[in-house]
Ligand binder design. Sequence first.
Ligand SMILES: *Cc1c(COP(=O)(O)O)cnc(C)c1O
Length: 391
Amino acid sequence: MSNLKEQDKQYVANTYARFPVELVSGKGSEVFDKDGKRYIDMGTGIGVTAFGIADDEWKEAVTAQLSRLQHTSNLYYTEPCAALAELICNKTGMKKVFFCNSGAEANEGAIKTARKYAAEKKGEDYYTIVTLKNSFHGRTITTLAATGQDHYHELFQPLTPGFVHAPANDFEALKEIALNNKTAAIMMEMIQGEGGVIAMEADFVKKTAEFAKENDILLIIDEVQTGNGRTGELYAYMNYKIEPDIVSTAKGIGGGLPLGAIIFGEKTEFTLKAGEHGSTFGGNPVCCAGAMSILKRIDDKLLAEVKEKSKFIFDSFNGAKGVTGVSGMGLMVGVKTEKPAAEIVKKCIEKGVLCLTAKDKVRLLPALNIPMDVLKEAVEIIKNVCAESED
Ligand SMILES: *Cc1c(COP(=O)(O)O)cnc(C)c1O
């Protein structure tokens, strides 16, 4: 470990504050470090390994495709890419999919689409995108501009112009901002993930969706973290019964391989034309084959299990000692604790549970298929850590 730590520090760009754990293998919701210590995985690599580590079905889909054909570029047709796009459209009622490699890249493409759509329909000065304060949309210069948190912006000026941030859950304020600018789109997460696992209020979302429709302002929902079964519906917007014009997603969709997607509705399915957007790795057949095996299994039965496990987590933490609140939806949960969240996460690692933080909360993003007994074991450990008095 100390050798690896030194090697990493010397040769890997120092952009991450890692925990002193070297993970080497895993199965399902259990991962093991170099010394064979077992951890229950309540973070899934930040909501990525949707069906856990080395899931059999996913592994088989990926390795079968890997041994046939690993990459072609988008100059040619491949079956996994088209089949996955069809599956996504059938499951959502949306019209077309563009594949890329990450959440930031999906959001970039969504923003490009909105700019082109509005320029053609309303004029080139209609390029403003309204996003929410406390949002997170990625790390590129444009998605940083979209991100409504000043501390991400400071060191990287000037950012891409054309973004304004409205307060979340304040429809009148958002409306005023959207009308006072030449607005192309409104973009938001249904549950702010990095912002602290904060679900948007139903009334705010509904009014925003209606307003956007009335004014032909595109509604972009960032489902990078909330998508692909995470909240108990296939996509989190479905909890709100709205119809977005563009959905961006990534994280869980590939089950652990890099894959992002921009999903276009009726208004935007033909906006981007040949040559106007692209991605060398986008729609990679191995990633798409893996994603097929994930999305195929996110059906009503699985979603009911997600909701059931969610209820168990909420019930366990609500009113628990050392816990001051529980937020989120489905298996995307924020636990507000009396002790600092970072301290809880550190203690949980010692006791064999991997969890995340989001702002001042402990964030839990377990695998969608985490076995109930493993989940119970993890929750018990986290609860005990929250309840422990200061030492
Ligand atoms: C993680 C995240 C992103 C960025 O995704 P990357 O794959 O890291 O580029 C964008 N939006 C939301 C809501 C996210 O949670």
